[in-house]
Design a protein around this ligand. Structure first.
Ligand SMILES: *Cc1c(COP(=O)(O)O)cnc(C)c1O
Length: 381
């Protein structure tokens, strides 16, 4: 029996085991401890921001970031329709309403022209926009230069969903350092994992302090725990922070491995008509990415086959593949939400396929993926 090859599973080994055991033996089991503090400062330093607040998930980090910039019930928060549901869910936790904006055709990230159009009409209608929340899709930073300008022009705080983009950059600055606050994730399938967790990053001491306070049930510093705010139980445990530290120390080598898979996929599909690498149609388009996941877009008319057919072939070989995110404006739960769409994300959803990209894959396992793809192309070509 062959082992199933997954898209992106945890890449952990002896180093992670040692960090975890050392944290355990130190006696700092819960809730906080030296590894938690060290993880926050090491990650903040890596990204280039002043403060990190380690939390139980990236979703929690998004929620507290939105609260931190003052999002209120009834506000509108503009976000990308091409994202994982956690982005939109975090908006609804605040009582605000997500407003979904479609994708740039080259990168798949939120289209800055549409963002401006949305802000223009919302402003005209007198609607309060609590935040602009772009998403760095599959490890490619959005055009923060333009989005920061647009956010400033309309006086709207920028919060970045960098859950997928740790290690990526834009204009020489690290993903996670843009906007008033940003959120990264250490979920099991992300580029680094703490088994579960996330971090809020910000240059604002006040915002970071407030997030830390809200993440631990908003306890006033008195013995009987006085409460003047509704708090959350969102803090990351010291043990998981130790795991995160080990992973962070390996981020560059894990990115290099994923970059290698990206370039091998590029070679494999380079002479196949109708197939492009998502977000990197031309070589070099992805130079600043962290290569979290590699997806392809398949133009069925040109290729003579559909992404779903390759997916079915891979499934028979025990290899996981998956369509791109189903856009939020098409999700049953968000059907009534306002949106500004142009068909691009729907095309990505119809034609995209995400392929195994994890740094844990061995050369031998990746070879199995390539062989299976070549076999499929041989049958179709
Ligand atoms: C993974 C992810 C999140 C949520 O992170 P969790 O740690 O799983 O809560 C948010 N946004 C995007 C775009 C993600 O991919």
């Amino acid at each position: 029996m062959t082992d199933r090859i997954l898209l992106s599973s945890p890449d952990v080994g002896e180093l992670e085991e040692n960090y975890l055991i050392n944290a355990f033996r130190s006696g700092w089991i819960a809730p906080v401890g030296p590894d938690l503090n060290a993880f926050e400062s090491e990650l903040a330093e890596r990204v280039g921001v002043a403060h990190g607040v380690a939390l139980s998930s990236g979703t929690a980090a998004l929620h507290l970031a939105l609260l931190g910039v003052g999002v209120q019930p009834g506000d509108i928060v503009i976000t990308s329709t091409m994202t994982f549901a956690a982005t939109a869910n975090s908006i609804t936790y605040t009582g605000a309403q997500p407003y979904f904006v479609d994708s740039d055709p080259l990168t798949g990230n939120i289209d800055p022209d549409l963002v401006e159009q949305a802000l223009e009409s919302l402003t005209r209608e007198g609607k309060r926009v609590g935040a602009l929340l772009p998403v760095d899709l599959l490890g490619k930073a959005v055009d923060y230069t333009r989005l920061s300008d647009i956010a400033a022009k309309y006086g709207v705080p920028l919060v970045a969903d960098a859950a997928e983009s740790l290690g990526a950059s834009h204009g020489g600055r690290q993903a996670g350092s843009f906007g008033t606050a940003s959120a990264v994730s250490f979920n099991g399938n992300k580029i680094i994992t703490s088994s579960g967790g996330g971090m809020l990053l910000s240059n604002s001491q006040e915002l970071a302090d407030r997030a830390r306070y809200l993440s631990t049930q908003a306890r006033q510093p008195v013995a009987h725990y006085e409460h003047t705010d509704i708090g959350y139980n969102y803090r990351l445990s010291n043990l998981l922070a130790a795991l995160g530290r080990a992973q962070l120390s390996r981020l560059d080598s894990m990115m290099a491995k994923r970059a290698r898979w990206r370039s091998l996929y590029r070679d494999a599909f380079s002479s196949v008509p109708g197939v492009t690498i998502f977000g990197a149609a031309r070589e070099g388009d992805d130079a600043d990415d962290n290569y979290w996941l590699t997806s392809i877009l398949v133009d069925e008319a040109e290729a003579g086959w559909a992404a779903s057919e390759l997916s079915a072939h891979l499934t028979l070989a025990d290899i996981e593949s998956r369509p791109l995110w189903k856009p939020m404006h098409l999700q049953p739960i968000f059907v009534g939400a306002p949106s500004l769409t142009n068909g691009v994300s729907e095309r990505f959803f119809d034609t995209g396929l995400t392929l195994p990209s994890g740094s844990v894959l061995s050369e031998e396992q990746f070879g199995r993926v390539l062989t299976s793809i070549q076999q499929f192309l041989g049958e179709r070509g």
